[in-house]
Design a protein around this ligand. Structure first.
Ligand SMILES: O=C(O)CCC(=O)C(=O)O
Length: 280
């Protein structure tokens, strides 16, 4: 079956059909997938049957993989796979439950953040547990030139612990590794190294402050930017089916989970995280 690329919204997302990710893609199919990734920022592959090994092999074609700081949520003999799961085994959590229920881009608290992530739905609820994605390129492009000019050259501090400081911990608890990662600084506007588009690079989860602004200015400017980034025109909502593999570009999107389901609705996912080796 021929590979096809079908856009899902005007501003982000495409569904790819005619591809089996469990076997190596030909170079020409990979080039088409890669170009679609750059053009649409988010790709949905339905009906996949992906072993951890095959998921790692496909993800590695985009770049080196990162090992998540939450070691207890990794697959033991395949530590590139981070488990997002509300399942338990012998009373112990199988992975990180209800991860990322706030807008974020993966691993911006690392000095070298993530290029993209591939999340594979092993078992998902029939209803609920969707993931939302918002285009930070579209967000930048829909700011006024005056606001774009104001943001140019500013830098922001990102910290892993920030995501857990003021959030309700009802379902997830706080991980034990919060202080293991010191704060890092990234530009507020980054030019995507492959598409050439400018993207806002800050997120509600991990961005503590814009360094050059006073506290009251920070509060107002960051809240404006977070609201602007997640307007309906920039958002795609993915409803999961078992066997979906969703690949997203952390350089050009923010995303969040929706915890509108409970432990009586099993949700078990495998994530690989690709490193961004570009200089900004
Ligand atoms: O489980 C989800 O829907 C979102 C997961 C997430 O935020 C992540 O993998 O970074």
């Amino acid at each position: 079956m021929a590979l096809t690329v079908t856009p899902l919204t005007p501003n982000l997302g495409a569904e790819i059909s005619g591809v089996d990710l469990s076997v190596p893609l030909s170079n020409s199919d990979f080039d088409t997938v890669h170009q679609a990734f750059v053009d649409h920022s988010l790709l949905v592959f339905r009906g996949q049957d992906l072993s951890p090994k095959a998921q790692v092999a496909f993800s590695q074609r985009f770049g080196p993989l990162m090992i998540h700081v939450l070691k207890e949520a990794l697959i033991e003999d395949q530590p590139e796979i981070y488990k997002i799961s509300n399942l338990t085994e012998d009373g112990k959590p199988v992975g990180r439950a209800y991860a990322g229920q706030y807008w974020h881009s993966d691993l911006t608290y690392e000095p070298q953040p993530s290029l993209g992530s591939l999340l594979y739905g092993v078992q998902v609820p029939e209803v609920g547990g969707d993931t939302l994605f918002a285009s930070t390129a579209h967000a930048y492009e829909t700011l006024s030139p005056a606001m774009q000019g104001f943001l140019e050259g500013l830098t922001a501090e990102h910290h892993f612990a920030h995501a857990f400081r003021e959030r309700p911990k009802a379902k997830t608890g706080s991980p034990n590794h919060l202080e293991e990662r010191p704060p890092v600084v990234h530009p507020v506007v980054r030019t995507h190294p492959e598409s050439g588009r400018k993207c806002l690079f800050l997120n509600e989860g991990f961005t503590v402050r814009i360094k050059e602004l006073a506290p009251a200015e920070n509060k107002a400017v960051m809240q404006f930017l977070f609201d602007h980034m997640t307007r309906a025109q920039s958002v795609l909502r993915h409803h999961w089916q078992d066997g979906d593999a969703v690949l997203w570009d952390n350089r050009a999107l923010v995303h969040r989970g929706v915890d509108d389901y409970g432990d009586d609705s099993p949700r078990h996912m495998h994530r690989t995280t690709i490193e961004d080796t570009a200089e900004y």
